[in-house]
Design a protein around this ligand. Structure first.
Ligand code: PGA
Length: 248
């Protein structure tokens, strides 16, 4: 079955509100493509101005983080209903920077996936191995364990709408991209795992992205692979290059 391509920018902790609007305007014509879902995942403070700036375009708004409760005494956090009302449709969950720098574990990540679905947000669930695990050749088991934990209790109907991003940590922000064959190997493995955990129809529908130093030069080859349905792009999402990736 044909899965719709999804190209998402992960702006990380970049762009003040005025810079965010300027970037939306700069990219506006470059990211036009009716055959692709284009998403900007932006810092919380940029969500409202970005939602306004992309109104009437093909760009969808995503967030980079949220907490599992709707409201209450959770200083510094932002909730799913807040994101929804501001126009957010996608939410990055389990990014390696959240896992490694902010100590998010698979129990919380699993709660976030379930909460996102319950709130009508589409998770972009990230997984990926460190360089040490890649060198030790234990990365496949690691990825399978992450996905299995993170999807505990998530239904097949939900997984059909899920986006999974395979992001080898050694390729994030390093300029070192996984080769298209390395990326395809793991994305295919993830799809087979979904078939095992759920069924083939679910595996055929789930969209799997590659992320890690994807850029205008390597996107076309990565995206030509049968199990790679899109990209989660950090550094190159902040530049006109992002338009080239959308149209690769
Ligand atoms: P990068 O980041 O494209 O800058 O490597 C990707 C990501 O962390 O999502």
């Amino acid at each position: 079955m044909a899965r719709r391509r999804i190209i998402a920018g992960n702006w990380k902790m970049n762009k003040t509100p005025s810079e965010a609007v300027a970037l939306c305007n700069e990219l506006k014509d470059l990211v036009k493509n009716d055959a692709v879902d284009v998403v900007y995942c932006v810092p919380a403070i940029d969500i409202c101005p970005v939602a306004e700036a992309v109104k009437g375009t093909n760009v969808h708004v995503g967030a980079e983080n949220f907490y599992i409760e709707d409201k209450g005494a959770f200083t510094g956090e932002i909730s799913a209903p807040m994101l929804k009302e501001a126009g957010v449709e996608y939410i990055i969950i389990g990014h390696s920077e959240r896992r490694d720098i902010f100590g998010e574990n698979d129990v919380l990540i699993n709660q976030k996936v379930k909460k996102a679905f319950a709130s009508g947000l589409t998770p972009i669930l990230c997984c990926g191995e460190s360089l040490a695990l890649r060198k030790a050749d234990t990365y496949k088991e690691w990825i399978k364990r992450q996905i299995t934990w993170d999807l505990d209790g998530v239904t097949a109907d939900q997984v059909k709408k899920l986006v999974i991003a395979y992001e080898p940590i050694w390729a994030i922000g390093t300029g070192e991209t996984a080769t298209a064959d390395q990326a395809e190997e793991v994305c295919g493995l993830i799809r087979n795992l979904i078939a095992e955990l759920y069924d083939q129809a679910t595996a055929d529908e789930v969209r799997i992205q590659y992320g890690g130093s994807m850029n205008a030069g390597n996107a076309a080859e990565l995206l030509s692979k049968p199990n790679i349905d899109g990209g989660l792009i950090g550094g190159a999402s902040l530049k006109p290059d992002f338009g080239k990736i959308v149209n690769a």
